[in-house]
Ligand binder design. Structure first.
Ligand code: HEM
Length: 134
């Protein structure tokens, strides 16, 4: 049997502590309201709720508390992002804010790069506008 590829974020909730992952998401959401492209996409009346959903998702994905599934069910991220126009520009902006957040929080370099790679892969997977579409 071939060994499955290692999952570099699988144990980060234990290694870093769930609070550290939540700090990253909080640093990301602090940047959202003033962002001209992403700010209008997010619910201004429920940014705290949006922050909790992403934080719960990340904590669960990194091996921590299963609260995301308990409160939201299956992530179905492609479906849940369908209402938003995510082209390469939106993906790159999301990653720029997230990269800044990852640098605001004190993290070991390998954890920072593992998180950045994971989040970047998901962000690309969530793009829902064909290249060149108006
Ligand atoms: C590519 C650029 C992205 C854009 C423009 C975007 C935008 C949004 C918006 C506007 C929401 C609604 C906020 C809310 O009320 O919860 C949302 C929700 C969410 N996003 Fe993203 N997102 C992006 C990438 C990502 C990535 C990379 C992840 C995960 C690694 C992610 C995970 C989530 C989750 C877990 C929710 C809440 C889903 C739910 O339970 O309803 N998003 N996103």
């Amino acid at each position: 049997m071939p060994t499955p590829p290692p999952d570099p974020v699988a144990h980060l909730a234990q290694q870093l502590g769930e609070a550290t992952l939540r700090d990253v998401v909080a640093a990301f959401y602090r940047r959202i309201p003033s962002d001209d492209l992403l700010g209008p996409m997010y619910p201004s009346h429920d940014l705290a709720g949006a922050e909790r959903r992403l934080a719960d998702f990340l904590v669960q994905r990194c091996g921590g508390s299963p609260r995301y599934s308990q409160t939201r069910g299956h992530p179905r991220l492609r479906m849940r992002h369908q209402p938003f126009r995510i082209d390469a520009h939106a993906r790159d902006r999301w990653m720029a804010l997230m990269t800044a957040a990852l640098h605001e929080v004190e993290l070991p370099d390998d954890a920072r790069s593992a998180l950045r790679a994971f989040l970047g892969d998901v962000a690309t997977f969530l793009m829902n506008v064909p290249p060149g579409a108006p």
